[in-house]
Design a protein around this ligand. Structure first.
Ligand code: FE2
Length: 257
């Protein structure tokens, strides 16, 4: 099983619209298509922060235009996809796509997708404060971090996180490999940065040990968000990938299980 891991593509409206209409692919998107052709993956995983919130409803159309129709594509939302609109509305848009593209799956809408005996599950996940870098660190002050744009996040961030943790737990399949695909970090070891105030917003210190992974199988953790590359068995027993794409700079990883 060859899994091409992508994340944090941070696309602009005109570039998305032109790609959907197949009239223009930016050099960045052309490069992604080249990488797909070159690596010939069995599955493509794209872990969030890819489009502005109004384009969440077009995620299937966008990735359907970008990628070949015969490769399954597993997508999650990221924190950027929740800016400026109520949490529930964005989830509704993830479910009610404006195009039917059978090979593209959005985990925030469809909790689990089994491909060739591998269970792909996850979603945006969100943070719960467990990655705080010192005891008295809190969500506030935002200190330049832009997630204040997510409506009600100051009151509801733990609720958003709990929503995803519950869904992920329900979507686990202990009798096969589980490939956990999230935008925020499922374990602190996937943070390539030194601890700081921003660690708070990065994800969860250790979601992994709360879940029924079966270590007889090659389980994997694939995430994004931090724009800092971390690859390898940084969580013992797991293939771990945080691709580390930064604005306009594509980083990818071909995970072979
Ligand atoms: Fe992010």
């Amino acid at each position: 099983m060859k899994i091409l891991c992508l994340s944090d593509l941070h696309q602009q409206p005109d570039d998305i619209s032109d790609a959907i209409r197949q009239v223009r692919f930016t050099p960045f998107l052309q490069y992604i298509r080249y990488v797909v052709e070159d690596t010939a993956p069995d599955v493509i995983v794209v872990t969030g922060d890819n489009v502005p919130t109004p384009y969440v409803v077009s995620l299937k159309a966008f990735f359907g235009a970008l990628f070949p129709a015969d490769i399954p594509v597993i997508v999650t939302l990221g924190n950027h996809e929740f800016w400026e609109r109520p949490f529930e509305e964005t989830l509704e848009n993830a479910r009610n796509q404006d195009a039917d593209v059978p090979n593209v799956h959005i985990l925030d809408a469809e909790p689990s997708v089994v491909i060739d005996g591998y269970n792909f599950l996850g979603g945006a996940l969100f943070f719960d404060g467990s990655m705080r870098w010192r005891e008295n660190d809190d969500l506030l002050p935002w200190d330049g971090w832009q997630d204040w744009r997510i409506p009600d996040i100051e009151q509801r961030y733990k609720e958003f996180n709990a929503f995803y943790v519950k869904r992920i737990r329900q979507a686990m399949k202990p009798n096969m490999p589980n490939i956990l695909c999230t935008h925020h970090l499922p374990h602190i070891a996937l943070n390539g940065f030194e601890p700081s105030h921003y660690s708070f917003y990065s994800g969860m210190k250790d979601l992994v040990s709360q879940l029924p992974f079966n270590d007889a199988f090659p389980n994997a953790l694939i995430c994004g968000h931090t724009h800092k590359r971390v690859i390898g068995e940084v969580v013992p027993g797991f293939y771990c990938v945080n691709t580390g794409s930064d604005y306009g700079i594509l980083k990818y990883y071909l995970l072979e299980l």
